[in-house]
Design a protein around this ligand. Structure first.
Ligand code: ZN
Length: 397
């Protein structure tokens, strides 16, 4: 009989710790670490795109790439829109998964490549179009590889892949970002308000990947992105987070700005230092060295993991709601959000350094459940002790 009590007591002592471990697991492993983004496949797309030749708006290579993207995305809702801007015919391409489900998350990249390598060391080649392996092909490659995974993620909201045209044909703000501007101009405020977020990837294939936050951009989205990068390193141990500078900002004008100006939570994930020890918008940027051999599968995979885990975790949803909850002064405007200056420049100073908040990875519900179970188990253990003592006093056993 006493053996029976010992067994029960042992079980009751072990049970709380088992639950605790399970609870610990669900706390530390709330997200799926078995990420499937394949950097090698993405890198193959980079080579495919550069083999087409420069994807200048209106060119045969440009339409060939669009055809290829459409052929890749069977089962997706595809639309194109054409705009005439700055003497060019631009074609934006959209592919939507779960069309009609609402809560649209937009993942964007420009598919055009620059018509001139005006930053090249060789003056005689500054008028020639560039390959755009990093500046163009890398972002498209990440989107296409994410597209391969999305049907298996069981998402219940819309995801639109937005392949923008005419991002990189300009000389100043008014002549860059033409496709994204045309899209934004044709969007009603109601439509803009219905978009959950706008995540842009641009120049994300650099073998020497170095990322940091950029401005203008949505700080809540950046906080979540940082959480994801740390999680992939600390918990999943899939890759080291040293490629990301958690301290500093870059100011950058890119396809995310028209969305940002409409109030859509938007960020630009971009490596503005292309090449080993490159300076801000130096290195291979807008030169004839922007070739496929400067891009690596490993870098594409790092960025792909961020997008994939963000989708799995819902990090790209309900961004506005979290911002409002951080409105401590009650003025209806979220604190410290988007207060960075809208400039292009290196090492943007004076930008808010919000305390890291584990908004996407907190598991308060699990904590409470585990706590309640622990209390119940302790009560059970002590009631069994009491019964054992009582039974012993009765001379049983
Ligand atoms: Zn560019």
């Amino acid at each position: 009989m006493r053996k029976g009590f010992v067994a029960i007591l042992a079980f009751l002592f072990i049970m709380p710790s088992t639950i605790s471990v399970t609870g610990q697991d669900s706390e530390e492993m709330p997200l799926n670490c078995s990420l499937n983004f394949n950097g090698e496949l993405a890198n193959e797309s980079v080579h495919f795109q550069t083999d087409l030749g420069p994807r200048i708006p209106g060119s045969l290579a440009s339409s060939a790439l669009r055809d290829s993207i459409k052929n890749n995305l069977t089962g997706w809702h595809i639309t194109e829109s054409t705009h005439h801007s700055n003497g060019m015919t631009l074609t934006n391409l959209f592919a939507t998964w779960n069309k009609g489900a609402g809560s649209n998350v937009i993942l964007a990249a420009h598919y055009d490549t620059r018509h001139k390598g005006d930053q090249d060391w060789n003056e005689s080649r500054r008028g020639d179009p560039i390959d755009g392996a990093n500046d163009g092909a890398s972002g498209v490659a990440v989107l296409l590889e994410i597209a391969r995974l999305i049907p298996n993620l069981n998402l219940t909201h819309e995801v639109t892949l937005f392949f923008t045209d005419g991002e990189d044909q300009g000389d100043n703000h008014s002549t860059y970002v033409l496709g994204a501007k045309a899209w934004a101009e044709n969007l009603s405020q109601e439509e803009a308000d219905s978009i959950e977020s706008f995540i842009l990837v641009d120049m994300v294939g650099d073998s020497y990947l170095t990322l940091r936050k950029t401005t203008p951009g949505n700080m809540e989205l950046w906080n979540r992105t940082e959480d994801i990068i740390r999680y992939i390193d600390d918990v999943c141990q899939l890759n080291d987070s040293s490629y990301f500078d958690f301290e500093r900002f870059d100011g950058i004008y890119d396809d995310h700005v028209p969305a940002h100006e409409l109030g859509i939570p938007a960020i630009d994930i971009i490596d503005t230092r292309f090449g080993e020890n490159a300076s801000f918008l130096g290195g291979h940027w807008h030169t004839h060295n922007d070739t496929a051999d400067k891009v690596s599968a490993e870098s594409l995979q790092k960025v792909g993991y961020i997008l994939e885990l963000g989708l799995i975790d819902g990090a790209w949803l309900d961004v506005r709601e979290t911002e409002v909850s951080k409105d401590s002064d009650g003025d209806g405007i979220a604190d410290n959000v988007d207060s960075c200056p809208q400039i292009s420049g290196d090492d943007t100073s004076g930008c808010p350094q919000e305390p890291a908040e584990k908004t996407t990875i907190s598991q308060d519900g699990d904590d409470i459940t585990v706590g309640v179970l622990l209390v119940l188990c302790i009560v059970l253990v002590w009631s069994n002790f009491a019964w054992l003592i009582f039974a012993d006093n009765r001379g049983e056993g």
